[in-house]
Every structure is written in structure tokens, then in C-alpha cells.
Design a protein around this ligand. Structure first.
Ligand SMILES: [Zn+2]
Length: 170
């Protein structure tokens, strides 16, 4: 299991992308709505973002748990992996995974080890506060880029903006 961390120093050694991935307001709103809804049950949610210029949120069947101490986790079982595969048309691709945390946004060891979308250039977005953080936009989220076989955190700011931004709202 991989859980080395992945400082912002390594972010400075990243190559320069041709241009940022521009996530649409709609896909981020869809994600926020889904996560907040799960949050009303005290549960995390997880989803994928597919597309190239226009994006769709794909929500697979998932098992979210909350124990008596309020510890939560969510996983995508085999049927959910099939949901994800079937949602992808011939010209589609997944560009990011996005999931919510009950509190702060970070990559847990399980998040690092999760093989989903762990390919060069894939993004992982973690939304704090059961999705409510997205009301403050992508800057309130933790964002990671898979590069050289590790997840590199892109802190909010110019380096992140070269890779991924939210569409300017109107
Ligand atoms: Zn997580």
C-alpha cells in the first residue's frame, strides 16, 4: 500500500501542462448536491467525473458506512465498478475522482492506495465537510494529481491553476 506523502515540493517539479482542465459549474454543483445529500445521513460519497470539455458526474453504486463512533468510509463494490464501466461511452474518459470527507479534505492512506483513476494525469478531488466545502469552490477542496506513480497534492494557487480550475461563474 502506498501512502508516502507527497509534498508541495514535488508539485514544483511537475511538467507544464498544455492547459488546465476546466471543470464546469454544473459538474461541481452536481457533486455538491450528491455529497450534501449523503451528508444528511452522516455518510461520505464518492463519484467520478467523465468528459473532455463538458463533464458529467457518474455516481456508482457504493457502500457507505458509519460506525457507532462516527467513523465513516465509502467503497465502490463490484457492481459499482460495473456502473462506472457502463457509464463510459466510446469517446468518454474519466478525468477525476471526487469524494467527500466528514471533516478536512486530505488523502488518507486508503485514498492513496485506491487504484481507481491512478493513471498519469488523473485527478483526485476531496471535498471537506460532507460536500459543504464546495460552496466555497474548488479552492476549499484538496486536489491531487497522479504523476510518476504517486499522488501529488496541488495546493490552491498558481501551480494548481495550471492543472485544474473551476469554470469562472458567469
Ligand atoms: Zn478520503
Amino acid at each position: 500500500m502506498r501512502n508516502e506523502h507527497i509534498s508541495s515540493k514535488s508539485a514544483q517539479r511537475l511538467p507544464t501542462p498544455a492547459g488546465p482542465l476546466v471543470l464546469t459549474s454544473k459538474v461541481l454543483e452536481d457533486a455538491r448536491t450528491f455529497f450534501e445529500d449523503r451528508g444528511t445521513f452522516g455518510l461520505e460519497g464518492t463519484a467520478m467525473i467523465k468528459g473532455r470539455a463538458d463533464f458529467d458526474l457518474v455516481v456508482p453504486r457504493q457502500n457507505a458506512r458509519r460506525d457507532a463512533y462516527g467513523q465513516v468510509n465509502v467503497e465502490v463494490p463490484r457492481v459499482g465498478q460495473i456502473d462506472l464501466a457502463l457509464a463510459l461511452g466510446p469517446d468518454d474518459l474519466y478525468v477525476a475522482r471526487i469524494h467527500s470527507h466528514p471533516g478536512d479534505a486530505f488523502h488518507s492512506p486508503a485514498d492513496d492506495a485506491n487504484p481507481v483513476i491512478s493513471f498519469e494525469g488523473g485527478f483526485s478531488i476531496v471535498v471537506p465537510f460532507f460536500g459543504l466545502g464546495l460552496r466555497r469552490g474548488l479552492d476549499a477542496c484538496a486536489v491531487f494529481l497522479f504523476h510518476d506513480a504517486v499522488w501529488v497534492e496541488l495546493k490552491p494557487g498558481p501551480v494548481r491553476d495550471r492543472w485544474i480550475v473551476a469554470e469562472a461563474s458567469r
